[in-house]
Ligand binder design. Structure first.
Ligand code: A3P
Length: 318
C-alpha cells in the first residue's frame, strides 16, 4: 500500500507541475485543475479523491463556492436525509456544527488521509459529503455511479463581503482589504474560483442531468424556504409525507436549521474545527444585499459587468 501511495503522489506531483499556476491575493500559489484554482494540498486531495473515491448511488453531495450558504445547506440536507433517525430532542445538529456532520471530500476526508475510513462517517445510508471543487473535478470518479449533487449559489457581491468578513474574523484583525479581495475575485484567481466557472459547471450539470444535480439559490431559500426545502426533499428522494406536512414537519426542520437557532447553540458559540476555525465565524448576518453597506458604486459596476459577460449565453443570472 505504501508503494502504491508513493507512486500516486509521484503521479500527482508531475501532473501538478504541468498545470497552469498563478499567485492569489494572499501570496499563495494556486494551480488550475478542471476549470478552477486550488492550492497544492487541496489539489493533491482532489487528485486522490478522483482516483480512489467509490461512489454509492445513494450518496448525497452538497456543493458550493465558499460563503454561498454551504453551512445552511449542510444543515438542511442532514436534517432532511437523516430525519427518520433522530428525534428533535437529541438531534445531532443541536450538539454538532453542520461542518462536522457533512465533511468536505477535499478539505476534510482526502486532505487528512490517503484512504479515508468511510465506515466512520457521521452519516450512513445515505452518506453525506460536501465540496467546493468544480463540477468537472467532482464528476471524475462518478462515471458509472452518479450521486445526487445539491449546489447552492449566491449573489457574487454578497459572497465577496461574506468572504471578506470571514477571512478577517479568522485572522483576528483587518489585514485583508476589501479592495484586494475584490480584485482577486474579479481576476478569477482565488481558491475554488473563478466563481463563475464554479457556478456555471453546476448550472450546466443541473440542466443536463436534473435527476442528479439540483441548483439552489441562497436568495430563494431566504424568500421561499418552504418551497425550496420541499424541492430539496423531493430531489433527494425523501419527500415530505402529507402527515409530516400537516404536523409541522417542514417548519420544524426550517426552524432547527435557521441562522438564529444554529448560531445560538452552545456548540456553535464556543466550538471550533480541528484547524482552529471557530464555528461562530460561519454564522454572521445572513442578509441578502448586505454588500450595499460595503461596496462602492464603481466596484458594483465592475463586478456586475464581469459576471454578466462571463455568464452570457448560459441562461443563468447571478
Ligand atoms: P453572511 O456573511 O452574509 O452573513 P458558508 O456557509 O458557505 O460559509 O456561507 C456563510 C454565509 O451563510 C454567511 O453569510 C452566514 O451568515 C450565512 N449562514 C450561515 N448559516 C446560515 C443559516 N442557517 N441560514 C441562513 N444563512 C446562514
Amino acid at each position: 500500500l505504501k508503494e502504491e501511495e508513493e507512486n500516486q503522489s509521484e503521479d500527482s506531483k508531475s501532473l501538478i507541475s504541468s498545470l497552469p499556476s498563478d499567485i492569489d491575493c494572499s501570496g499563495t500559489k494556486l494551480y488550475k485543475y478542471q476549470g478552477c484554482w486550488y492550492d497544492k494540498d487541496i489539489l493533491q486531495a482532489i487528485l486522490k479523491f478522483n482516483k480512489i473515491f467509490q461512489p454509492q448511488e445513494t450518496d448525497i453531495i452538497v456543493a458550493s463556492f465558499p460563503k454561498s450558504g454551504t453551512t445552511w445547506l449542510k444543515a438542511l440536507t442532514f436534517a432532511l436525509a437523516q430525519r427518520s433517525k433522530h428525534t428533535s430532542e437529541n438531534h445531532p445538529l443541536l450538539t454538532h456544527n453542520p461542518h462536522e456532520l457533512v465533511p468536505y471530500l477535499e478539505l476534510d476526508l482526502y486532505l487528512k488521509s490517503s484512504k479515508p475510513d468511510m465506515s466512520k462517517l457521521p452519516s450512513s445510508s445515505p452518506r453525506l459529503f460536501s465540496t467546493h471543487m468544480s463540477f468537472d473535478a467532482l464528476k471524475v470518479p462518478m462515471k458509472e455511479t452518479p450521486c445526487k449533487i445539491v449546489y447552492v449559489c449566491r449573489n457574487v457581491k454578497d459572497v465577496l463581503v461574506s468572504l471578506w468578513c470571514f477571512e478577517n474574523s479568522m485572522s483576528g484583525e483587518n489585514n485583508l482589504s476589501l479592495e484586494a479581495l475584490f480584485e482577486s475575485l474579479c481576476s478569477g484567481v482565488n481558491l475554488c474560483g473563478p466563481l463563475w466557472e464554479n457556478v456555471l459547471g453546476y448550472w450546466r450539470g443541473s440542466l443536463e442531468d436534473p435527476k442528479h444535480v439540483l441548483f439552489l439559490r441562497y436568495e430563494e431559500l431566504k424568500t421561499e424556504p418552504r418551497v425550496q426545502i420541499k424541492r430539496l426533499a423531493e430531489f433527494l428522494d425523501f419527500p415530505f409525507t402529507k402527515e409530516e406536512e400537516d404536523s409541522g414537519g417542514v417548519d420544524k426542520i426550517l426552524e432547527l436549521c435557521s441562522l438564529r437557532n444554529l448560531s445560538g447553540l452552545e456548540i456553535n458559540k464556543t466550538g471550533s474545527l480541528s484547524e482552529g476555525v471557530s464555528f461562530k465565524s460561519f454564522f454572521r448576518k445572513g442578509e441578502v444585499g448586505d454588500w450595499k453597506s460595503y461596496m462602492t458604486p464603481e466596484m458594483e459596476n465592475k463586478i456586475d459587468m464581469i459576471v454578466e459577460e462571463k455568464l452570457q449565453g448560459s441562461g443563468l443570472i447571478l
